[in-house]
Ligand binder design. Structure first.
Ligand SMILES: Nc1ncnc2c1ncn2[C@@H]1O[C@H](COP(=O)(O)OP(=O)(O)O)[C@@H](O)[C@H]1O
Ligand SMILES: [Mg+2]
Length: 271
């Protein structure tokens, strides 16, 4: 983490769902500070509140107690400064690739030449300039997810929030997408928060890892790592798996699995 003033601050954030006997505590007393240009990966057992945490930062949900702050101001609702990418890409099927990417700049009223310039720039970044006139139905899952990323980037958000964005992709596409996401983060100097189930993915992309406990979700451990910076320096963009890497990976797996073996989380992971 660097020493600039924080981009995101969560102070004592808790989140209840339901009421009466159906009330459940999804997040409990979360304190989290995210600095500009951090790449934060969130790991934790299913149902521990990862998506809830992301929705609070996105502004889709208000915490029951505590404060969620973006650039010093309370988060009131969703806006362009924090772009969201979901597991299944939400593209407009009636728009072609280029118009999906230019959608945000277009509705913000930029003139057509500027919109074209922006969408070409980000299509180039995701390696899909040649596909700009294609229809959404012509694209593979990995291509759709790249277009979804470019569409969010075209709004020039300070922050990108991703909820298991690569979960639906095959293993090879997933590896290529990890490299692309790391490169886009460096090139555009965004701050990223990414939820993932995959410990290797988290360790190779994030400079900070957050491990959450089973419900009610709390942050049980954070790690500052530099594998992602190392991967940026190598030609093949791969992480050098040393003995410390394996130790940390095992420790994280133990933290998550200890949680999974207890009765409460077996119940939640059935859903
Ligand atoms: N809108 C909602 N209403 C009621 N309960 C919810 C809602 N969203 C999530 N939950 C519950 O809150 C807990 C945390 O959910 P979620 O944030 O989706 O966890 P994760 O993303 O880690 O799997 C789960 O038990 C889930 O069933
Ligand atoms: Mg989730």
């Amino acid at each position: 983490m660097n020493t600039q003033s924080p981009l995101i601050e969560l102070r004592n954030v808790s989140m209840d769902y339901g009421s009466g006997k159906d009330q459940m505590l999804a997040l409990e007393e979360i304190d989290l500070t995210i600095a500009p240009q951090d790449f934060v990966c969130v790991l934790g057992p299913s149902g521990c509140g990862k998506s809830t945490l992301m929705k609070i930062i996105a502004g889709y949900q208000q915490p029951t107690t505590g404060e969620a702050i973006f650039q010093g101001e309370p988060i009131q609702g969703p806006d362009w400064h924090r772009g969201v990418v979901f597991q299944s890409p939400t593209l407009y099927p009636w728009l072609n690739v280029k118009d999906n990417v230019g959608f945000g700049p277009n509705i913000r009223g930029l003139d057509k030449k500027e919109v074209d310039r922006i969408s070409d720039h980000f299509l180039e970044q995701i390696g899909m300039l040649k596909d700009k006139d294609k229809a959404v139905f012509e694209l593979s899952g990995g291509m759709r997810q790249r277009v979804a990323l470019a569409r969010v980037l075209a709004n020039r958000p300070e922050m990108i929030l991703m909820d298991e964005p690569l979960g639906a992709l095959d293993a090879l596409t997933r590896l290529n997408m990890q490299t692309l996401i790391r490169d886009l983060w460096q090139e555009n100097k965004n701050t990223v928060l990414m939820i993932t189930h995959d410990v290797d993915e988290a360790m190779s992309l994030g400079n900070r890892l957050i491990v959450m406990s089973k419900q009610p979700g709390k942050i049980i451990k954070t790690y500052d790592l530099d594998y992602t910076y190392q991967a940026l320096k190598t030609n093949n963009h791969r992480v050098n798996i040393d003995s410390t890497y394996l130790e940390i990976k095992n420790e994280i797996l133990d933290l998550i699995n200890t949680d999974l073996n207890s009765p409460a989380s077996i119940e939640t992971s059935k859903k």
